[in-house]
Design a protein around this ligand. Sequence first.
Ligand SMILES: [Zn+2]
Length: 222
Amino acid sequence: MVQTRLVRENFYCIEDERVRQFLITGKEESILIDTGFADSHVADAVKSVTDTPVKVLLTHADRDHIGGLSDFEEVYLNEKDWGLVSIPIRLRDLCEGDCFSCGGYRLEVVSIPGHTYGSVAFVDWENRLLLPGDSVQKEGPIYMFGPHRNLDLYIESLRKLLPIADKIDTILPCHHECPIDSGYIMKNLQDALALREGKLEGEKHPSLPCSTFRGIWTQFYR
Ligand SMILES: [Zn+2]
């Protein structure tokens, strides 16, 4: 059962213990970021808050973010993740620099491939917010195994986000602690570099085909 909390003006977190979505409400239209697992019924949670039409933006297309897609007709997702969507739905591309305004927020798309090839973050410069999907997290795990992930690109993307750290105050990740401070971009980068350099010790995961690598700040499934 998801819980809905107002965390800032016109800005809600919809979450259960597994994953978190964000809803920004406007007078004429609202924006939903990610749709959770199918059994989270995020669309119902949205309807309990607003009856405006809802524009759905996806940070990426892992199944814990797209499970609720069948409740919507159209969704914005970076083209590189379209292949991960298996249900029939109208897809619209989400590209670097695209902007979406709603409820006093203006989200700009920053492409951050790596966690998936089509991963994006949303930055609100005015409100000094970063919504990084799964790509910046405290604790993690950040999934980094399987054919649709790329550690080198992930590291490049964190480097791309680094200069943004000075221009934001708050990071709103889709998993675990939220909010976290902007220092986590650098912290995740340091851990990701240690992972790539083979400096983290791995422990075989009991059920997934990967190992757990614990860094100082976060952990990776690799
Ligand atoms: Zn996720």
